[in-house]
Write a protein that binds this ligand. Sequence first.
Ligand SMILES: CC(C)(COP(=O)(O)OP(=O)(O)OC[C@H]1O[C@@H](n2cnc3c(N)ncnc32)[C@H](O)[C@@H]1OP(=O)(O)O)[C@@H](O)C(=O)NCCC(=O)NCCS
Length: 150
Amino acid sequence: MTFDIHLIDSNSIYYEQVLMIRQDVLRTPLGLTLSQEDIEDDGNQQIVIALENEKVVGCLFIKIVSKELVKYRQMAIADNYQHQGIGKSIIHVAENFCILNQYKKIELHARKTAIDFYQKQNFQQIGEVFYEVGIPHLKMVKTLNKAKNP
Ligand SMILES: CC(C)(COP(=O)(O)OP(=O)(O)OC[C@H]1O[C@@H](n2cnc3c(N)ncnc32)[C@H](O)[C@@H]1OP(=O)(O)O)[C@@H](O)C(=O)NCCC(=O)NCCS
């Protein structure tokens, strides 16, 4: 399988497919529907997507919180495409975006089931378990020090 990683925003032709992945991967299994509140800030965020033949198979939102801090949100890989390296590639491209734009720290709320994935990408857990969308999460952070792959 070959896929490409792209950085887009919510004006992209791929945005509707991104919403479908978020619904299918992150909401439907919990019996939830993506709400207006879930998407109302999307226009202010960067989106990293994985594309296979024009089909969006993965996404990650990057929310700029301050000059130094970004928050990753809504990481989702389509069911049949998980565990094939796509998530890792998306994180790599997102991190290069952060480094190029001189952000110093990334934070995210990891579902408990995804903690080991983020640990492998060198994120560290902080704080106690809390609940979002009805399931346990942990805050995770990564500090960016130096440029990679110059
Ligand atoms: C979690 C998720 C984003 C990972 O993406 P992915 O494309 O499946 O992961 P990759 O194939 O890039 O895996 C990279 C590494 O992490 C490991 N990994 C992937 N998912 C994992 C998980 N849930 N738990 C533990 N390890 C995991 C892989 O085995 C791989 O290890 P390796 O580098 O030693 O071979 C994806 O599986 C997914 O969308 N899951 C459902 C939704 C979800 O939980 N999203 C995160 C919300 S916070």
